[in-house]
Design a protein around this ligand. Structure first.
Ligand SMILES: C[S@@+](CC[C@H](N)C(=O)[O-])C[C@H]1O[C@@H](n2cnc3c(N)ncnc32)[C@H](O)[C@@H]1O
Length: 295
């Protein structure tokens, strides 16, 4: 085939750029993302996919997105699939996002249980889809505001995310002036310190870091979790999933909650089909309707 005919026969690019990127490439990436992470991508996201993955195509020295799709589809390329997932997840977050949830946590969960925890009782909270750590640290700071000695007690915040870069950032616990702004001033003064290595940044105190355990975890896979939680935060995560996947996640959380445990979800999220398993306990806040046995 002549070069001119080959060009005429080539499928049109879905995004014009340095590397050929066709509708078929986009569909292959979208299918892989759905299969691996449950995340759905509408066709309107093709420019975003191009801009987030072009760097990988360039770094790997590949000629096109088709070649990149071939590569990430190979079973032995789990590391590159991980890099692709990291690049395609949306990690937007901030400290004390939807602050009413932290007021609710303090008043309805932590204050009533504080005496029991001080006497040796267990307190577990899960931030599922924790991004770069602002959500689990907001939970930790709320705990410390009620129980300042929490780091020496049986208290843990489990912070999980599919994105290994986010887990590393959370573990580092370093944030700019701008990022720490939403933290109430009294808590910032007490539980954050200037990073000795770079005084323009803040570091979460040892107590806050001791409370939070960061782990990579894909919500689509089995959850190696023992014991129940007094609260699960899963906010602004399932909005990227389709409805059956969302319902499955809500149903899997339910038996992991204590009878008076709470599920906090994002402001634009709904329990829909799983609604019967929970009762409302405030704005986008739920408790289990009946206790089920965790499997
Ligand atoms: C928009 S952030 C929300 C962060 C935080 N929960 C908040 O509300 O500020 C969504 C997070 O969910 C994570 N995520 C997406 N799909 C996931 C999956 N299948 N398993 C675990 N985490 C996932 C992303 O990596 C991202 O960090």
């Amino acid at each position: 085939m002549s070069a001119a005919r080959a060009l005429a026969a080539a499928p049109p690019p879905v995004v014009e750029g340095e590397f050929p990127f066709t509708q078929s490439d986009f569909s292959r990436i979208a299918a892989l993302l759905y299969e691996q992470a449950g995340i759905t991508l509408s066709d309107s996201k093709s420019t975003l996919v191009y801009s987030r993955l072009a760097k990988r195509v360039r770094t790997l020295g590949l000629p096109s997105f088709a070649a990149y799709c071939d590569l990430v589809s190979q079973p032995e390329e789990a590391d590159e699939r991980g890099r692709m997932l990291n690049a395609l997840t949306t990690n937007l977050t901030r400290f004390y996002r939807e602050p009413h949830h932290f007021d609710h946590l303090r008043e309805q969960v932590l204050e009533p249980i504080a005496a029991k925890v001080r006497a040796g009782g267990r307190l577990r909270i899960w931030s599922a889809g924790c991004s770069s750590g602002q959500e689990p640290y907001s939970i930790a700071l709320t705990i410390l505001s009620v129980i300042p000695e929490a780091a020496e007690l049986d208290v843990k915040v489990l912070a999980t995310d599919i994105d290994s870069n986010m887990i590393a950032q959370g573990q580092a616990g370093l944030y700019s002036d701008e990022l720490v702004e939403p933290i109430p001033a009294a808590l910032r003064t007490r539980w954050l310190e200037r990073d000795p290595g770079d005084r323009t940044r803040w570091r979460m105190s040892a107590a806050a870091r001791t409370l939070v355990a960061f782990k990579e975890l894909n919500l689509m896979k089995p959850w190696p979790i023992k014991g129940r939680f007094q609260a699960i935060f899963c906010r602004n995560v399932v909005i990227y999933f389709d409805e059956p996947t969302q319902e499955k996640i809500w149903s899997r959380f339910q038996p992991l909650l204590e009878a008076d445990g709470r599920l906090y979800i994002g402001h634009s999220e709904r329990l829909s089909g799983a609604g019967a398993e929970y009762v409302s306990d405030g704005l986008t806040t739920y408790r289990p309707a009946v206790q089920r046995i965790a499997s």
